[in-house]
Design a protein around this ligand. Structure first.
Ligand code: ADP
Ligand code: ZN
Length: 215
């Protein structure tokens, strides 16, 4: 399947994407994961992105499109892909449309995961992430803690609170979402690709996607 996952930070895009990869071998492509990996590895891309990310600002569209243009042409994308955290602005959505046309790739749909703001705020402040850039497993201190406190179940690396998950950066990220990313819901509605799912459980989101793909 070839999907875009839309939704505020903390809506569950990453969790849903990871669950969908197990269904049919589609790959998860998270621009946030790619950027955090680049920052930790200290690459040129990481150096350019770091300050924006720390402040909860968006990284410039040109940098993101450079990453995605290469990534979408890698062979593992042939089976399908789940775009998690991209596109994030109207110019990115327009550039993606042009890129997919050029590559002859057709999207199945854009899924808008719509979760109430209280739930989002609670999730983001209690979210913890594996610090290993190759892993980036997601935990929650309340609902899904690692078996040993502060240690990733999957790879044993420290589980940490992201630097952009302080209260200040979180509220800034939510504002940025409203201003820059929420308009994509209309964009994909006009393209005839939108599926909105109001659900706070990832399983319910997966079911709605499966149903839509089948029908
Ligand atoms: P979340 O969805 O929880 O906010 P992500 O992991 O998707 O977090 O992104 C973390 C940060 O990486 C963002 O706040 C932003 O600085 C940057 N980023 C990720 N994807 C994009 C994108 N498509 N365009 C611009 N910046 C991005
Ligand atoms: Zn890990």
């Amino acid at each position: 399947m070839k999907l875009i996952l839309l939704g505020a930070p903390g809506a569950g895009k990453g969790t849903v994407a990871k669950m969908l990869t197990e269904l049919d071998g589609s790959v998860q492509i998270s621009t946030g994961d790619i950027l955090r990996g680049a920052v930790q590895a200290g690459t040129e891309l990481g150096k350019q992105a770091e300050a924006y990310m720390k402040a909860g600002d968006l990284v410039p569209d040109e940098l993101i499109m450079g990453i995605m243009e290469k990534r979408l042409q890698e062979p593992d994308c042939e089976k399908g892909f789940l775009l998690d955290g991209f596109p994030r602005t109207i110019p990115q959505a327009e550039a993606l449309k042009e890129l997919l046309d050029r590559l002859g790739i057709k999207l199945d749909m854009a899924v808008n995961i719509d979760v109430p703001r209280e739930v989002i705020l609670d999730r983001l402040t209690t979210r913890r992430t594996c610090s290993n850039p190759e892993c980036q497993a997601i935990y929650n201190v309340k609902s899904n803690p690692p078996k040993v406190e502060g240690v990733c179940d999957k790879c044993g690396s420290p589980v940490v609170q992201r630097e952009d998950e302080t209260e200040e950066a979180i509220s800034h990220r939510l504002e940025t979402y409203q201003e820059k990313t929420a308009p994509l819901v209309d964009f994909y509605d006009k393209e005839g690709l939108l599926l909105t799912v109001q659900a706070t459980s990832s399983e319910a989101v997966i079911d709605a996607i499966k149903q839509k793909l089948a029908g």
